[in-house]
Design a protein around this ligand. Structure first.
Ligand code: 1CP
Length: 349
């Protein structure tokens, strides 16, 4: 018997007897079986582009924990590579990118970019074939501004050079964002057709933007992506995550036609409730440091979140991704508390 996944019911606006749960960065670094799998790939990019390995990494946390959603194992920086900018990962340091190609070269690469990302579609199809029907498969992409910060700076950073570029070269930035809107929309359409049942836009670096800039480089591009995906006939729900934008997340929720808004750790209970009352599902917002720290404070915060937000459409999650050295017992503790069932399958296999 197939059952509509709890995560999709919440995104359709239902308030459930208990919220669905999944964690950002649930796949990957915190799992020993991931670290073992990772040693078999030449490098991180090769891992992401290997559908067999990426499907396995997506499913690993699903075997350990009764998560309601699986997020495809991939990275937001696969897209710049598909657009012709070199991307690699320095061990222990993070991403590095080659020189930003001229805007016309990027524009010319948009049409072919989805084909270069076809292996991610293959990963999604493999996972969908293996995942139980009551658990949802989530596809994702980096949001244009966040991806642009890496493309401009050539690495992860405090984003000051990218913000300066936004002020000094507004037209060049808008042109870059346009390329990213078009290529991201195509990439997400491909993911939905390959089996993704919900799509998440990660705007990890939405902090420190003035209201007008936020409207121009976050709200506008996100809105255009959703519109383009809908125009292609894809109706799967969207979750937008403008991380770090403080009170501007209310502007975001009011304007961007996403079904779910992911909140970060600092979001107030009252603000979350207002967004729910405006007709959106909210997701979040347990501190990933508290998850790592554990103990009675962790239980107390989980209860407070359930109490504050569980009376409206809500998806339990973190305010940012799982930190690599988080004890797996703490993840099990939270999952058990939210689902009301003890987590018995702690074995990796
Ligand atoms: O060596 C390794 O194993 C690489 C570590 C790693 C992993 C496991 C990176 C490098 N990316 C990923 C996977 C990943 N990235 C997923 C798959 C699902 C999952 O882990 O559960 C997802 C959804 C992402 C998304 C991503 N990548 C974001 C947005 C979400 C967020 O956490 O803010 C960002 C900003 C990236 C860039 C990136 N990729 C990897 C690193 C170390 C970084 C961050 C660099 C920086 O701090 O600027």
């Amino acid at each position: 018997m197939s059952e509509t996944p709890r995560l999709l019911r919440a995104l359709a606006g239902e308030t459930l007897d208990r919220p669905p749960i999944w964690f950002m960065r649930q796949a990957g670094r915190s799992l020993p079986e991931y670290r073992e799998l990772r040693t078999r790939a030449k490098d991180f990019m090769a891992f992401c582009f290997n559908p067999e390995m990426a499907a396995e990494a997506t499913l690993q946390p699903m075997r350990r924990f009764p998560m309601d959603g699986a997020i495809v194992f991939a990275d937001i920086l696969l897209l710049p590579q598909a657009l012709g900018q070199e991307v690699w990962f320095e061990a222990g340091e993070g991403p590095r990118l080659g020189a930003l190609p001229p805007i016309q070269a990027l524009r010319d690469a948009v049409e072919g970019s989805t084909v270069k990302l076809a292996n991610i579609g293959e990963t999604l199809s493999r996972v969908r074939a293996e995942l139980e029907s009551d658990r949802a498969l989530i596809g994702f992409a980096g949001a244009p501004w966040t991806v642009a910060t890496y493309m401009i700076e050539g690495r992860g950073s405090q984003r000051e050079a990218a913000r300066t570029y936004a002020y000094q070269h507004p037209e060049a930035l808008d042109a870059l964002l346009d390329v990213l809107v078009d290529s991201t929309a195509r990439y997400l359409v491909m993911q939905a057709r390959a089996g993704a049942q919900a799509l998440k836009l990660f705007e990890s670096w939405a902090e420190n933007l003035a209201e007008d800039v936020f409207e121009r480089i976050v709200v506008g591009p996100h809105t255009r992506i959703v519109q383009q995906v809908r125009a292609a006939g894809v109706d799967v729900p969207f979750i937008g995550f403008p991380r770090g934008c403080g009170a501007l997340v209310e502007n975001y929720a009011a304007k961007v036609p996403v079904q779910g808004v992911a909140l970060d750790t600092q979001a107030s209970f009252a603000m979350g409730r207002r967004i729910q009352a405006d007709g959106k599902t909210i997701q979040g917002a347990l501190d990933n440091l508290l998850l790592r720290a554990g103990g009675p404070a962790l239980d107390a915060r989980v209860d407070a979140l359930l109490e504050a937000w569980g009376q409206g459409p809500y998806i339990f999650n973190l305010g940012h991704g799982v930190i690599p050295d988080t004890p797996l017992e703490h993840i099990a503790q939270v999952v058990a508390r939210v689902t009301g069932k003890p987590v018995t399958r702690m074995a990796a296999a």
